[in-house]
Write a protein that binds this ligand. Structure first.
Ligand SMILES: Nc1ncnc2c1ncn2[C@@H]1O[C@H](COP(=O)(O)OP(=O)(O)O)[C@@H](O)[C@H]1O
Ligand SMILES: [Mg+2]
Length: 154
């Protein structure tokens, strides 16, 4: 597990950008933390790193948004609005076995649907420090993601 403190949205995006270099199809990245912690901001940096030009928005009514045109397709999922445990109806399996990178906000709502290996990233605010202060923890599961985290922090 690696932990880092950042003090601006740009710094958070830079970590997303860095991580994006090492991503391959079928990778699953879980982003957890409270509303406003920085999950979508991180995804923006990741998308930019993949060469995606479109602006990343929090999926509102759609749970899954697809972004093409970069080095790899990005499947950005926001499970927050899925509060009825219907995760098995999303067809996540197909995305996880597909041609792109999967980035999932609020993965705790689909704990049963997760693959064996993934990289979980947890965002925490600390308002006692400053409004823009965040702690980002990288918690890889499986060798591929352990190695990936090492590279991000090289
Ligand atoms: N260090 C930081 N990292 C990420 N976002 C930050 C940071 N400091 C301030 N912010 C702001 O906090 C908000 C985070 O929102 P967002 O990324 O949508 O959160 P989430 O997707 O976790 O709900 C944005 O308005 C962003 O500009
Ligand atoms: Mg979000």
């Amino acid at each position: 597990m690696k932990k880092v403190n950042v003090e601006s949205p740009e710094e958070t995006m830079e970590y997303g950008n860095k991580l994006s270099q090492y991503l391959a199809p079928k990778d699953v990245i879980l982003l957890d933390g409270d509303l406003g912690a920085g999950k979508t901001t991180f995804t923006k940096g990741l998308a930019k790193g993949l060469g995606i030009k479109r602006n990343i928005k929090s999926p509102t009514f759609t749970i899954i948004r697809e972004y093409k045109g970069g080095r790899l397709p990005l499947y950005h999922m926001d499970i927050y609005r899925l509060d009825d445990g219907s995760g098995d109806e999303l067809g996540l399996e197909e995305y996880f076995n597909g041609d792109g990178v999967n980035v999932i906000e609020w993965s705790k709502y689909i704990a049963d649907e997760l693959p064996d290996n993934y990289l979980k990233i947890i965002f925490k605010r600390d308002d006692s420090k400053s409004e823009n202060y965040r702690t980002i923890s990288f918690e890889p599961k499986g060798k591929r993601f352990e190695d990936m985290v090492e590279k991000v922090f090289e």
